[in-house]
Design a protein around this ligand. Structure first.
Ligand code: HEM
Length: 136
């Protein structure tokens, strides 16, 4: 879904004059935001409290894993919220601030996803059961 968002991202603010396109963006952003918000709530509150990381995992790795995991959800929700703020911004000056934020977060998110993928590969190679726990 996120990939689709990146592929179909708008080129500039003038495109928002097209009401059908605006509606499609808002609908897509709402669904994407809803899915990520529910998943974030699930992984934060509904999964077992104990970490899936092996007990000998150093503290810095635990902290990094947490930052990347929550960072991914926060950045995707940031893209969605800044997008909605662009759509409903009453002033052009305010809208340009949200466009700036939207593009900033759009730029950071691939790095967080990349770090997450590197973590997945690391644990696949180690075969320590961490990857399996991500499916639950
Ligand atoms: C209410 C929803 C949204 C609105 C109104 C909106 C609006 C915009 C606007 C106006 C731009 C052009 C910024 C500029 O002038 O350079 C833009 C760029 C973009 N948006 Fe959104 N957006 C929304 C949601 C999303 C979502 C959910 C994604 C998902 C990934 C996304 C991905 C992108 C991408 C990839 C670009 C291109 C960035 C670039 O060229 O650097 N947008 N968006």
């Amino acid at each position: 879904m996120l990939g689709y968002g990146y592929l179909t991202g708008l080129e500039d603010v003038d495109q928002l004059q097209d009401l059908a396109l605006l509606q499609r963006e808002v609908l897509f952003a709402t669904v994407l935001g809803g899915v990520f918000a529910i998943r974030w709530f699930g992984v934060t509150y509904l999964q077992s409290r104990s970490s899936a990381l092996p007990t000998e995992t150093p503290q810095w790795q635990r902290t990094a894993a947490k930052l990347v995991k929550h960072g991914m959800y926060i950045s995707v929700l940031g893209i969605v919220l800044s997008g909605l703020a662009i759509a409903y911004s009453p002033y052009a000056s305010l809208q340009s601030v949200f466009v700036f934020l939207h593009e900033l977060i759009l730029g950071v998110t691939p790095f967080l996803i990349g770090a997450h993928i590197m973590g997945v590969v690391f644990h696949m190679v180690k075969r320590d059961g961490v990857v399996r726990s991500m499916w639950r």
